[in-house]
Write a protein that binds this ligand. Structure first.
Ligand SMILES: O=C(O)CCC(=O)C(=O)O
Ligand SMILES: [Fe+2]
Length: 314
């Protein structure tokens, strides 16, 4: 309303005040008078859903100054101006009707910004020193001996360039140990993650390595028909000492529900792949493995994991 389309110098404007109850009074004001602006603002404010409830008092001389008209801004229904005056939309306003024409009153409404989808924070638990030092040393020796049995990984969708890593599917001695330990801690992990307890049907287990430039883009672990009963993902990290890679952080995204689906929010948590630690999180969370840098490119310098999923009995 600050931008009245009027010409200068100031002209006389005949303003007919339309008041509640059908009363009307005509006054003459200068086109640059604060009163005119106030009257027009009062009428315009009533068209805005967030207009304040406070009222103003107008006191105006009418009938050739023989009378005084007092009225509350709440009772001003409209004004008729002669010659016509039209308001420009304010920069942040969007007309809800067509653009103004000289014969039309126009309503302006400030659009409400869309409410952002609520963010559901992702929780995870990381336990340090999960295996004994003796177990970890044996594991590293075992892996060294089995280098030639690692094969490239794939994804359930078969999408190229989604994942780059190697996997060892059979390592009975250590998979049995890991599954036993995971089963032991699962009830407590579920409690801490506030996931209702469930009967376990199976604990899956694989041994994976990420060497130089390897990664795993954003995915969840329970999004296909044959992975639907995965409730809890675990990832046990180990590497030779001293650590000879960098990067490879696990990023766990917070969630939001869009069209009834869980999708990744823009916010996330970062898990450092600490040697001899294990991380647990719900398998439906979106997560990714950031690219790993292994300057030596040596097999033994890779980022190693034993990871898998705790499945719920149906
Ligand atoms: O290696 C990790 O940190 C996570 C691996 C992962 O997301 C998976 O194998 O599904
Ligand atoms: Fe995963």
């Amino acid at each position: 309303m600050d931008n009245l389309s009027q010409s200068s110098p100031a002209k006389d404007i005949k303003v007919t005040l339309l008041l509640m109850g059908g009363h009307h009074y005509t006054i003459s004001v200068k086109s640059d008078s604060p009163l005119l602006v106030n009257l027009l603002r009062t009428v315009a404010a009533q068209t805005q859903s967030q207009s304040t409830g406070s009222s103003k008092l107008f006191q105006l001389p009418v009938n050739d100054d023989r009378q005084a008209l007092w009225f509350s801004s709440h009772h001003l229904v409209g004004v008729v101006t002669e010659p016509p005056i039209f308001a420009q939309p304010q920069p942040q306003s969007v007309p809800t009707l067509e653009q103004p024409t000289t014969s039309q009153f126009v309503q302006y409404a400030t659009p409400k910004p869309p409410a952002p989808d609520p963010i559901i924070s992702s929780d995870f638990i990381q336990l340090e020193q999960f295996l004994t030092p003796a177990e970890t040393n044996r594991l590293i020796k075992y892996v060294l001996k089995n280098e030639r049995n690692f094969v490239p990984t794939s994804t359930s969708t078969g999408e190229a360039d989604y994942r780059k890593s190697m996997v060892l599917h059979s390592f009975p001695e250590f998979s049995q140990l890991m599954i036993k330990r995971i089963k032991e801690v699962t009830p407590e992990i579920l409690t801490r993650l506030e996931i209702p307890q469930f009967n376990i049907s199976d604990v899956e287990c694989q041994l994976t390595l990420h060497n130089d430039g390897n990664y795993y883009k954003v995915h969840n672990d329970s999004g296909s028909a044959d992975t639907l009963t995965r409730e809890l993902t675990y990832v046990y990290y180990f590497n030779r000492q001293p650590k000879a890679f960098s990067g490879g952080e696990l990023v766990i995204y917070d969630s939001k529900v869009v069209n009834n689906y869980y999708v990744a929010a823009e916010t996330y948590k970062v898990v450092e792949p600490h040697h001899n630690s294990v991380v647990f999180f719900p398998s439906r969370y979106m997560h990714e493995v950031l690219p790993v840098s292994v300057p030596s490119r040596a097999f033994m310098d890779s980022r190693f994991t034993i990871n898998g999923w705790v499945r719920r009995a149906t």
